[in-house]
Design a protein around this ligand. Structure first.
Ligand SMILES: Cc1ncc(COP(=O)(O)O)c(C=O)c1O
Ligand SMILES: N[C@@H](CCCC[NH3+])C(=O)O
Length: 439
């Protein structure tokens, strides 16, 4: 069994996180319940920052808030001195509500609307990561109207597609994101942006994928970007102040995963950028990164109550929980794998291998296919580990199931940071049918 962060088994044989017994949390806040180990988020955040500090490199570590965005989470990010990546008006609104300093917000997205761009300009966010020509022109026009100069990064697709354990070089980049680095698009974007007096190109951004376990892809991306920078410097006199290599650093969901420490990713990135900069004889740019999953993924645990069971003789034992794809769609969407324990009987010996089913009306709503467990009964609690990233943030109301509550735990204390949705919340936006005129 693998415990993350402050998770441990207490004297009652219960799972404890942040010094709080999760069975007590279930009784107080109900299930399904998202529990975040705040100390572990702090540890992860500090590891990224420290890695840059150790090498004396100017950097920004921007939390990719799509992984898990709530007011309390954004406040924690601010406390830890990170920057923030937002990808929609909604994430930006959450950040502003949380009082996050706008100058440390980076605004992403492949189809930002005029209203979203206006909102970003209105609040003077630190920089806008421009994704495409439509946005470039729109942003230029809006900046001109406001008589302001907007700091931007150009998002490029370097032609590297990173997958979990490997990466492939793709000559023809097929992605909805960014300007292609290899077919002249990125160069044209740079020309257009620099021609405009209303945009200031701080640098280049790329993001090669997610849940990546090696550093090769990042190094290769840096190489490809600097190859172009060499040419752009000669041709246009362009030298970037910032190179942003995105997020994507992998985490351990199950024993099959073997991630590197944050410091390793950062060190290899710094090493490559320093090498490239030395060859070009230009000033060292700031290095920005955007970790999402690796900051919050293993800090999150979902607690469920176990209910019904179904035996399919000689095939499978289904054990159902009171949540499922409505609070964690990743198994259904990506065949994502998780580990779990009976939170109220962690030390009991495993007796069977069961399939954990969700409660949604969908055969594919299975959270874990083969989980060794003690004989689980109705009323037991199941804790699924590593659900902190893209769990709550992708939660939905399928089958009109209310979204779970979220609690932060730290130093023996729990704080409710997102209330459980109510049935009333579910119909809040519904508009009843107009009364018909009876004949
Ligand atoms: C542009 C960008 N930055 C950062 C991230 C965060 O990725 P991860 O959660 O894998 O670190 C993503 C999501 O993949 C992204 O699209
Ligand atoms: N939502 C995905 C990752 C997407 C990353 C965002 N670009 C996941 O759960 O793994």
């Amino acid at each position: 069994m693998f415990f993350h962060g402050t998770s441990r088994v207490n004297e009652r044989g219960h799972l404890e996180i942040g010094g709080v017994d999760v069975v007590d949390l279930a009784k107080e806040y109900g299930t399904p319940l998202y529990i975040y180990d705040v100390a572990l988020i702090r540890t992860r955040a500090r590891a990224f920052k420290e890695a840059f500090k150790k090498h004396g490199v100017k950097a920004q570590v921007a939390y990719a808030s799509k992984a898990f965005s709530t007011v309390a989470m954004v406040q924690l990010v601010e406390e830890e001195g990170l920057s923030l990546d937002v990808v929609s008006g909604g994430e930006l609104y959450t950040a502003l509500k949380a009082g996050f300093p706008p100058e440390r917000i980076h605004f992403h997205g492949n189809n930002k609307s005029r209203a979203e761009l206006e909102m970003a300009l209105e609040h003077r966010v630190g920089c806008i990561v421009v994704d495409n020509f439509y946005e470039l022109q729109l942003l230029e026009q809006l900046s001109r109207e406001r008589e302001t100069v907007t700091d931007i990064l150009l998002r490029v697709t370097p032609g590297i597609e990173a997958h979990t354990h490997d990466y492939i070089l793709t000559g023809q980049e097929d992605s909805k994101f960014g300007f292609d680095l290899n077919n002249g698009q990125a160069e044209e974007a740079l020309r257009q942006a620099r021609r405009s007096g209303a945009l200031s190109v701080l640098g280049i951004h790329c993001h090669i994928g997610s849940q990546i376990f090696e550093t090769t892809g990042f190094v290769l991306a840096a190489q490809k970007i600097f190859q172009k920078i060499a040419y752009w410097r000669e041709t246009y006199g362009f030298v970037p102040q910032v190179v942003n290599l995105g997020g994507g650093f992998g985490i351990r969901y199950t024993s099959e995963d073997d991630p590197l420490p944050a410091s390793q990713y950062v060190e290899n990135i710094i090493e490559e950028v320093k090498k490239q900069v030395a060859e070009l004889g230009i000033a060292m740019p700031e290095i920005w990164i955007e970790p999402g999953r690796s900051l919050v993924g293993d800090a999150g645990t979902t607690l469920y109550s176990i209910g019904s069971r179904k035996e399919v003789p000689n095939v499978r034992h289904y054990v159902a929980v009171d949540g499922g794809m409505s609070d964690n769609i990743r198994p259904a969407l990506y065949e994502a794998k998780y580990e779990a324990v009976l939170a109220n009987r962690v030390l009991d010996a495993n007796e069977e291998v069961v399939a954990i089913a969700g409660k949604c009306c969908e055969s594919g709503d299975m959270l874990i296919w083969d989980l060794p467990l003690p004989k689980a009964e109705a009323g037991d609690y199941l804790a699924v580990f590593c659900t902190g990233a893209y769990g709550y943030s992708m939660a939905n109301n399928y089958n009109r199931i209310p979204r779970p509550a979220v609690v932060f735990v730290e130093n023996g204390e729990a704080q409710l940071v997102v209330k459980r949705e109510t049935y009333e919340d579910l119909v809040r936006l519904d508009v009843p049918l107009r009364a018909r005129v009876r004949k």
